[in-house]
Design a protein around this ligand. Structure first.
Ligand SMILES: NC(=O)c1ccc[n+]([C@@H]2O[C@H](COP(=O)([O-])OP(=O)(O)OC[C@H]3O[C@@H](n4cnc5c(N)ncnc54)[C@H](O)[C@@H]3O)[C@@H](O)[C@H]2O)c1
Length: 349
């Protein structure tokens, strides 16, 4: 079968990360073009890839050469670039978060339907083997019923003042919107229907951020299950780095993403003052994997070839962002966010 010809549009940090993993899927994809308004950035990504892709500074110039576009652009450009590519009949894999407003997301969903093209959002953590296995163990109730899922992401991300990531308008919000969207998506995917929630954000510790650089989200789900996400771009040190803990009635499943391990802590005796807790710890899986973008790209290609709906489709992405926007709104109003009626699979449009 012919390879799907793609263009990588936007050749900054994340595009270099994508390009570094393309060698695993070159039997399915040909990177025909790389595009950045700064030609030297496009050239630097081209240099990571085989086959001497076209280097361009305007994606409109390469649309005739491709079947699909991977958009790795600043967030305020996701909407216009997606619409341009769909109007030209191209499939689109757009980096997260999908776009900076609900109306922009709705425009993109409608345009993809009208063009009958695949529109997928790059939530790569959904394809991470440790995350996939953790969800399977929760769904199968292997260690009983989950009652608390906590996700920590602690990193140091500092953009220069004139970078689009430092401005709330171009970033679309703060750390929660930009990065936490991955984990709100995972919480919804793993825990189901949200009921209510809170967000507390601060830019204390990350003064380079216009909006929050550190974010704490707590969500109550139907059945009383709690989800928690703490993400910071201000970590000058970290022990947890990227770590997810699912407390279940029969044990705690730990996805230590940065260590590449899925661990279960179980058979813990009830706490007795003065006695250290005794428990069994078993490693279930070890996978050294940072961002499985090649699995994500292979899924995108499969959806193009088969017409299958992407796991991380545009509608589900909008549904996750709706939760974030509600959390932001409630925070501004000093209220608890009413999240009833939101979550994956609720979009009626
Ligand atoms: N999935 C992940 O884990 C992950 C991690 C980091 C970033 N991202 C996402 O990737 C996207 C890009 O982020 P980044 O960190 O690479 O940003 P970046 O600033 O490093 O790169 C963006 C690039 O786009 C270029 N650009 C700007 N306007 C353009 C235009 N009109 N046409 C072509 N190129 C243009 C810039 O020159 C720059 O090189 C964002 O959506 C971000 O959220 C995802």
């Amino acid at each position: 079968m012919d390879k799907v010809r793609i263009a990588i549009v936007g050749c900054g940090g994340m595009a270099r990360s994508h390009a570094g993993r393309f060698d695993m899927i070159l039997d399915q994809v040909e990177v025909r073009a790389v595009v950045d308004v700064l030609e030297e950035r496009a050239q630097a990504v081209a240099d990571l890839l085989p086959g001497e892709p076209i280097v361009a500074t305007d994606y409109h110039d390469v649309l005739d050469e491709i079947d699909a576009a991977l958009l790795v652009l600043p967030h305020h450009l996701h909407h216009s670039a997606t619409l341009d590519c769909l109007a030209a009949g191209k499939h689109v894999l757009v980096e997260k978060p999908m776009a900076n407003s609900e109306q922009e997301c709705l425009d993109m969903i409608r345009a993809a339907r009208e063009a009958d093209r695949v529109l997928m959002v790059a939530y790569c953590m959904r394809f991470h083997p440790l995350v996939v296995k953790m969800k399977e163990l929760i769904d199968d109730r292997t260690y009983g019923d989950v009652f608390q899922l906590s996700m920590w992401t602690e990193q140091l991300t500092q953009y220069p003042p004139d970078h689009w990531g430092s401005s709330a308008a171009t970033l679309g919000g703060g750390q929660l919107f930009s990065h936490g969207c991955h984990y709100i998506d995972l919480l919804l995917w793993m825990l189901g229907r949200p009921v209510c929630g809170t967000h507390f954000g601060t830019n204390t510790g990350t003064p380079w951020m216009e909006r929050e650089g550190t974010s704490n989200v707590t969500i109550e789900f139907e059945g009383g299950v709690l989800g928690y996400h703490m993400g910071t771009w201000g970590a000058r040190g970290s022990r947890l780095k990227y770590s997810f803990h699912a407390h279940c009635t029969g044990g705690m499943i730990e996805a230590a993403i940065s260590e590449g391990k899925l661990i279960v802590h179980h058979r813990q005796e009830a706490h007795e003052p003065g006695r250290p807790p005794v428990q069994a710890v078993d490693t279930l899986m070890e996978v050294q994997q940072a961002k499985p973008t090649e699995v994500e790209m292979a899924h995108f290609i499969e959806c193009i070839r088969t017409g299958r709906k992407p796991l991380t489709d545009a509608v589900g992405s909008l549904e996750g962002l709706q939760v974030i926007w509600k959390l932001y709104e409630a925070e501004e109003n000093g209220q608890l966010a009413d999240l009833r009626g939101l979550g994956l699979g609720t979009f009626a449009g």
